[in-house]
Design a protein around this ligand. Structure first.
Ligand SMILES: [Zn+2]
Length: 135
């Protein structure tokens, strides 16, 4: 990542959000995931979900990036896990809206996601996935 001043970073950080399988909102920045650990009237404080990692991000209550997240993590990102979470979220959304069997949604989403073989190897099976979707 390029070195820029904090003021020029503001509003330009490419953050997005995904929902964990427990329904918790997770912040995604540069293939690192953060969970909300504190919320005040004006701000939310997010910390990296990796055990012991201290990298944190501040957003306002509307989840707009304010500052943080520009320090180096002491561990590698986990793009496979993020890809899986995204696929799982998509499946869950579709399962709620559509009436086709979850196994069919699973197959369609897995092929749409064009996951690499390593990610596919750790992806839950359609049976595990449909159990988790129904929760
Ligand atoms: Zn981290």
């Amino acid at each position: 990542m390029q070195t820029t001043t904090e003021s020029s970073l503001q509003g330009t950080m490419n953050i997005s959000f995904i929902t964990s399988n427990k329904g918790q909102l997770l912040l995604l920045l540069d293939q690192y995931l953060f969970r909300c650990h504190k919320k005040t009237a004006k701000k939310k404080y997010w910390v990296c979900i990796h055990n012991g990692c201290k990298v944190s991000i501040h957003t306002d209550i509307n989840d707009t990036y304010v500052c943080g997240g520009d320090t180096q993590h002491d561990h590698e990102p986990n793009p496979e896990m993020i890809a899986i979470r995204k696929v799982r979220q998509k499946m869950k959304e579709r399962a709620l809206e559509e009436t086709i069997p979850t196994t069919m949604i699973y197959e369609q989403e897995v092929s749409n996601a064009s996951l690499d073989s390593m990610t596919l190897a750790v992806l839950p099976t359609s049976l595990e996935m449909s159990t988790c979707i129904k929760l």
